[in-house]
Write a protein that binds this ligand. Structure first.
Ligand SMILES: [Zn+2]
Length: 326
């Protein structure tokens, strides 16, 4: 009997053949590296739940940036840890707020590096919520005003991209109008359009020191069970003028990344969050997985799912490993 079947293995017969038909590729330009800038002196503190990730004060920033540039990474996402916090998060939008100071420094010393400014209030508010609080309620429209002030302060400091992350309704419209009015019509908005209320953010809260002091973020971040809601969120951000769409977290939401890629004509960004990073690190430190191949497979999965850009704490490792393999 003559069997009829297809020989798919023909295209996997050697490393060269596999390389010839490879559909997706990772490169240094895909990555955005998050940086935690600590207000103070002589601080370079490793985040205990995120080995290899450091909070740095301004006096350590130049060395950190040189390392980032030496790795071939082209963009950074800035978070700030201020000395003082208050109910309205004033250090988020103060001219001398830590992210503004760091942005000015980076743009002066490393002008070719793209600075993405995370635009939120939770690292700067005493209550740790992403907006203005009344009782135990996070107020939407009042929060927008402070977010706009923050975005303008970041743009004035030289940020190349504004990345609002607090999931208030209308945040893209408000920031776009505010930036335009202030003369920053050329500054794009990378919106955290689809941000789930996720358990995977745990280690980040240690790194950014912005855990909510009461309640949770479920009235503004999305329910992990929902898909249609992601379309509604992204649609309104596109209408309001977003230039990039972020899906956050990464690995548990690759279906949503593909949905966004198929539906919208904007660059899709995935945020490979702290908990995803920490899990791999912990397993690797126990000798339970091969870190290099696991991380590169995760990142490739994100590209294959449709991500154009990946925000990841593993950026330095990834570009180093990719270079090794060349
Ligand atoms: Zn926030």
């Amino acid at each position: 009997m003559e069997l009829q079947f297809k020989r798919h293995r023909r295209l996997r017969s050697s490393a060269s053949m596999r390389s010839l038909v490879r559909e997706n590729h990772l490169k240094a330009e895909d990555f955005i590296y998050p940086l935690f800038i600590y207000e103070g002196d002589n601080i370079r503190k490793e985040v205990s739940s995120m080995p290899g990730v450091y909070q740095v004060s301004m006096d350590h920033l130049e060395a950190e940036m040189e390392d980032i540039v030496a790795h071939g990474i082209k963009s950074v996402l800035l978070f700030g840890i201020p000395k003082t916090k208050d109910a309205c998060g004033e250090q988020a939008y103060h001219d001398h707020g830590i992210v503004q100071v760091a942005t000015r420094f980076i743009k002066e010393k490393f002008p070719e590096i793209i600075v993405v400014a995370d635009t939120c209030l939770c690292e700067y508010t005493s209550h740790g919520h992403c907006g203005v609080v009344e009782g135990e309620k996070v107020l939407n429209d009042q929060s927008l005003e402070l977010l706009v002030k923050t975005a303008i302060a970041q743009a004035e400091a030289g940020a190349d991209i504004i990345a609002p992350s607090n999931m208030m309704d209308g945040f893209v419209a408000a920031i776009r109008a505010g930036l335009d009015e202030a003369g920053f019509t050329e500054i794009p908005i990378m919106s955290y359009a689809v941000k789930y209320a996720s358990a995977f953010y745990g280690p980040f809260r240690e790194a950014a020191e912005g855990a909510p002091q009461f309640g949770d973020r479920k009235t503004y971040q999305m329910d992990p069970a929902n898909r249609m809601e992601a379309f509604r969120e992204a649609e309104s951000d596109v209408e309001e003028g977003a230039d990039f769409l972020i899906v956050k977290p990464g690995m548990p939401y690759l279906d949503i990344v593909r949905d966004m890629k198929n539906t919208f004509n904007l660059p899709i960004v995935i945020y490979n969050v702290s908990g995803e990073y920490a899990m791999v690190k912990a397993a690797a430190q126990n000798g339970w997985i091969d870190e290099k191949n696991t991380v590169l497979e995760m990142l490739m999965g994100m590209k294959r799912a449709g991500a154009d850009l990946i925000i990841t704490y593993a950026a330095k490792d990834a570009v180093r490993w990719l270079r090794e393999d060349q």
